[in-house]
Write a protein that binds this ligand. Structure first.
Ligand code: NAD
Ligand code: ZN
Length: 378
């Protein structure tokens, strides 16, 4: 594979990936619309992500919802890495059509083009998400492995944020989530990601184009937008701390995620690109370790040497899950993927990078008000 198209290649994961692939001696084309939410109102002049790739790749400013932009972008390419998407879980709950158009519609347009035109694509990699699982896999003492439903408003209003067994309603123990776990997204974002991956795997197989859907856990690291209030816990907390504001940690602070460092994610995509076996599979990518959101807040405050507080608020957002971490057995078996960055190492590298950035207030509170007005933040 020497001629690679990355959609969304000006974004956080895409820009890091593009620079790595270029350093390996391949040619990279990027198709990206430089969305203002990620890149600011005047992206060509001010987006640090865009500047990081400028001159190093062939850049096409275009929209994945438009067939004409895909036709331009895939010409002469060997592989497509499809990352372009809207990515805010909370925002997806009130911008439903837009999320469906970009994520499902954009992927459908790609698959239409691959099915109905002559092309040279030999590999398709699509970014999926752990958001498809909803609450993921748990163990009930009485009923064994279970997939809890979304948590009930009544329980959360009382401050009980834990997942329950769907059969006996008792508390359950968190397990790593494997790929064959029940899919029950608790957000529109998760639903669109599942659509994206399933459509890609199905059409990939029917066209005999090896296709891999990588279900990323929470990705973090240098290059992540520090100004987008809709996504990225580490960015949102960093923005608050750097603007000398206290952090409000939702729920009881014990909610947790599997935080995977950007270089490990880039490595997983390169391993997928190099994998020569015909595959039409979803594969989890994470660290296989869960870290509480309160710990993230405390660690960042410590790294920045700040005196702000991390206050546990008891508030919650509709669509958020309680916990999730990846079962990496399949990633290891198929891709030989092993994460190299512990959370401690990754967050310290992230902190070093943040310390060199200029960080303006991102008005995170406004994004909460948008949700509160729609009864999605309680
Ligand atoms: N970052 C994470 O934690 C994470 C976790 C799971 C899955 N993912 C998935 O990985 C992919 C990349 O995520 P990211 O964190 O780099 O996001 P990002 O928002 O930083 O990058 C997405 C890029 O897509 C572009 N884009 C948006 N709409 C577009 C459109 N209609 N046409 C063309 N380009 C468009 C944006 O301008 C942006 O540059 C996404 O598909 C996301 O769903 C990310
Ligand atoms: Zn039970």
């Amino acid at each position: 594979m020497s001629n690679i198209l990355i959609t969304g290649g000006a974004g956080f994961i895409g820009s890091n990936l593009a620079l790595k692939i270029v350093s390996l001696g391949h040619q990279v084309t990027i198709l990206d619309n430089l969305s203002p939410q990620i890149h600011g109102p005047n992206p060509e002049a001010t987006s640090p992500l865009y500047k990081s790739i400028f001159g190093k790749v062939h850049f096409i400013k275009g929209n994945v919802e438009l067939k004409k932009d895909w036709l331009k972008a895939i010409s002469g390419k060997d592989a497509i890495i499809h990352l372009a998407a809207e990515t805010g879980t909370g925002q997806s709950m009130y911008n439903i059509k837009h999320y469906c158009n970009t994520n499902i519609g954009g992927t459908a347009t790609l698959l239409d083009v691959l099915t109905n035109t002559k092309h040279s694509i030999e590999k398709l990699i699509v970014a999926s998400s752990r958001a498809i699982y909803g609450e993921g896999l748990y163990l009930c003492n009485q009923h064994g492995k279970v997939n809890p439903h979304s948590r009930l408003d009544d329980d959360m209003q009382k401050g009980d944020f834990n997942c329950k067994c769907p059969i006996c309603n008792s508390n359950v123990k968190l397990l790593p989530t494997p790929e064959d776990s029940t899919v029950q997204s608790s957000s529109i974002y998760g639903i669109t990601k599942y659509n994206q991956e399933q459509m890609s795997l199905l059409i990939g197989e029917s066209l005999r184009i090896p296709t891999i859907a990588l279900r990323f856990q929470n990705v973090y690291g240098p290059g992540q937008s520090l100004h987008n209030p809709y996504t990225g816990i580490l960015s949102i907390f960093s923005n608050l701390i750097k603007n000398n504001k206290n952090i409000t940690v939702f729920e009881d602070g014990l909610e947790s995620r599997d935080f995977v460092y950007i270089d490990d994610v880039v490595q997983s995509i390169i391993l997928s690109l190099d994998n020569s076996i015909m595959r039409y599979e979803p594969i989890n990518i994470g660290t296989g370790v869960s870290v509480s959101v309160l710990k993230v807040a405390q660690k960042l405050i410590q790294i920045y040497g700040s005196t702000v507080n991390a206050n546990i608020s008891g508030n919650y957002r509709v669509g958020d899950i309680r916990h999730n971490f990846a079962d990496l057995s399949k990633a290891k078996e198929i891709l030989n993927f092993k994460p190299k960055y512990t959370f401690e190492k990754g967050i310290s590298l992230f902190g070093d990078w943040v310390n060199q950035q200029v960080i303006n207030d991102n008005n995170f509170q406004d994004s909460l008000i948008e949700m509160k007005n729609r009864k999605l933040f309680k």
